[in-house]
Design a protein around this ligand. Sequence first.
Ligand code: ADP
Ligand code: MG
Length: 588
Amino acid sequence: MTKFKALGLDKPLLDAITDLGFEQPSEVQEKAIPILLEEETDLVALAQTGTGKTAAFGFPLIQKIDSQSRTTQGLILSPTRELCLQITNELKLYSKYIKGLNVVAIYGGASITEQARQIKKGAQIVVATPGRMKDMIGRGIINISKIDYCILDEADEMLNMGFYEDIKDILSDTPEEKSTWLFSATMPKEVSTIARKFMHHPQEITVGAKNSGVDTVQHEYYVVGGRDRYPALKRLSDANPGIFSVIFCRTKRDTQKVAEKLIEDGYNAGALHGDLSQNQRDLVMNAFRKKQIQMLVATDVAARGIDVDDITHVINYQLPDEIETYTHRSGRTGRAGKSGISMVIVTRSELRKIHAIEKKIKQAFVAKKIPTGMEICEIQLYHLASKIRNTEVNPDVADYLPAINDVFEGVDRDELIKKMVSVEFTRFFNYYNRAKDLNSTDHRDGGDRKTGSRDGSSNNGSVRYFINVGEKDNFDWMSLKDFLKDTLAVGKEDIYKVDVKDSFSFFNSDADLKERILATFTDFKVEGRFVNVEVSKNPESGGGRRSNDKGRRRSKDRGRGKRRDGKAFQSGGRRSGKKKSKRRDGFY
Ligand code: ADP
Ligand code: MG
């Protein structure tokens, strides 16, 4: 609290901050607030989503506004209706102890007369989307010729969405001598153009790395036959039980179709596209935000306003026509300091588009394979086992325990585990048991290309491992890779194809590291917990290497899960070696 005071904020704001429960300023607030309070200056502030930018401009703006005058003094432009409402609500909370201060939101898709009425009552601060703002200026409903402060919030996003011309027009209606504050997560060319053209010697503050976001996303592509897009999508989802994703389709029709099929197939999915009413879209977005929807199928236009930070996967069901659009799609994940994965389902004939995108984003794609049915079964089995393990016991169950015990009389522990897991697992197993390989096998390009520098560079084979830590332990593919690299004291290149699931993960190394890896993780504990590494039952997971051969072999050898050697699923670690084969028989 005293820290906020030290930034120069007055009592009404400090009281509101106390109510909000903010204990200390975030970095961008600490840097921006004193500058904006003390000087009349233009400012460019770069900070990731979720770093508290709203308060960084909101606090000084509120303090500088004359609440006794009814003139509009501050204009905030923001890319979407949702953000517009969010900012308005925040500013109202910040200014709750300042009498007479009105903050009004102006955005499309709602009654313009009602908004005009609110403006007429006198709004010192207007928060607007560029489109509706321009409209209202054009109709003479709003006057921004006397504003002192203009804030461009999420500037990169606004420009992404093609609002450059609107912003330019709006700014031309504002006085020359105002201050302009630009807030953005990244600083692409378009944003610096705005800064150069419309701002005067702006001061610049940066929180965290400039332009970050880029390398927090891993790009993957999966080559399938044109008719296998939908089953491929299902597998990608099934192979990632904790998935929270946006799936992009090219048309409204496909969007609706894919969403409907997913729902029919029992997934928590929803559609977002322009044929839905605003009300329907709001419902879908709310459900998505609450994670009641795990797979949001959307068109590019409709997905523009999505401001959800913890999206784990973006799936390109179809590639967009414009390469530029791909960067907007993939930018929906890997936000706010988290990492993410952008997957592309492509047919062979579209592979050249992948090359074009690589050039544009200056990042290589990883060529991956659609998981086989058995790989998915393995993942689902681990998932189910850890779900059971992590389930909180309902205390009321105790009353029924004697009766339940009677039912299980004579069934030993192993048997019981097998049965419990099979209740859910058999459904999956039956579905995938005879599932074919979906990977388009003979792509001339070869599966070896660009799967990171490891691929094709080694000829001693690759080993896939299972490790019993995952997202629940706060790992993502980047941090798990770092953890393995540090623990094993190997190079960054030695560990690859790191796939993090909710409570477990997979990774690969070259075969010569196998002994070292298994030895390191024997009786290995982190914070009192055993971290186990096993050789995965499905060493081909993740794809990439010599995929042509594998693909062929795989499609012939359908029932191989039954006979496969190697380590089977086991949650108890290597020490229970003896039980392995027995246990596996039960499942497969
Ligand atoms: P950004 O615009 O950078 O994405 P927001 O301004 O929307 O971030 O802030 C993200 C969240 O953090 C909001 O819920 C906001 O109320 C909260 N927040 C902002 N500043 C602080 C702070 N100093 N202490 C605690 N929470 C804060
Ligand atoms: Mg913001």
